[in-house]
Design a protein around this ligand. Sequence first.
Ligand SMILES: [Zn+2]
Length: 286
Amino acid sequence: MVRARPPPTLASARNFASVLPIFRVVLRTVLIVLLLGLGVLVLVDSGRRVPLRQAPAATLDRTPLPPRAPPPTLPAMAPTALVPPTATPALDLFARLAVRRRIIREGSQVYLDSLFPHTDSVLTRWFERTTLSVALVRDTLLARWTPGLLEEARAGMRAWDAIGASPRLREATAGDTADITVRWVDLLPDSGLVGSTTLDWGRDGIVRRATVTLALRRNTDSLVLPPPGRVRVATHELGHALGLPHSDNPDDIMFRTSPVTAPSPRDQATLRLLYVLFPGPLRLQP
Ligand SMILES: [Zn+2]
């Protein structure tokens, strides 16, 4: 016997009607989950972008670094030769080589290379000083003393000051501790010499004190030097007091027996170079 089955359409409709609420709940749940997931993704994504946006900002914050200190204002010469001495032997040797190369590069324009042949060759000069006080010792008890001697020494000071490369030479006033002392004597112990300079400097080549002694006569048989000669000697010795060595050219005032009365262009160039180089030993062997 065949039992008649209910019409399938009605049964399907009834089944669909019973499933529909469940389907809606599931759909709503899926939608909520999707929305929540999307929200989480948005949050995660925005959270990940924060550092990416901050990185350039940090970079920008670092951009306005304090301005670099300007290079030292040095007259005429480029500061490339200004190589500081170091405690590292290799770098120290490199610094010495750089100074020597700079001196050699200047060629015959300067005469600092006269220091090289000496085994104890040291570049000596005043360091980090803008002015030097110069005491002119008035020895009125000295025979043949004349106030004109002071003016001759001042002329020598002005000659080096006019170059503007080394510390300014200023006449010491009462109570000053003189950096450079200039004094006069009738004769120097070494016959024939009319000027002598003693430099007090350390192993670093930095000059701490200088004493210039000027003789009024060359030897016991000679007359007093004439004023132009005395100015020349005073200027020459003050050049030593600033650290200049001897020149090998009679046209320079730093030549041992030069007839000139003022620093030559070569004297000036040598002084400028001296005061852009670091003081200290120039020898390559320890
Ligand atoms: Zn000399």
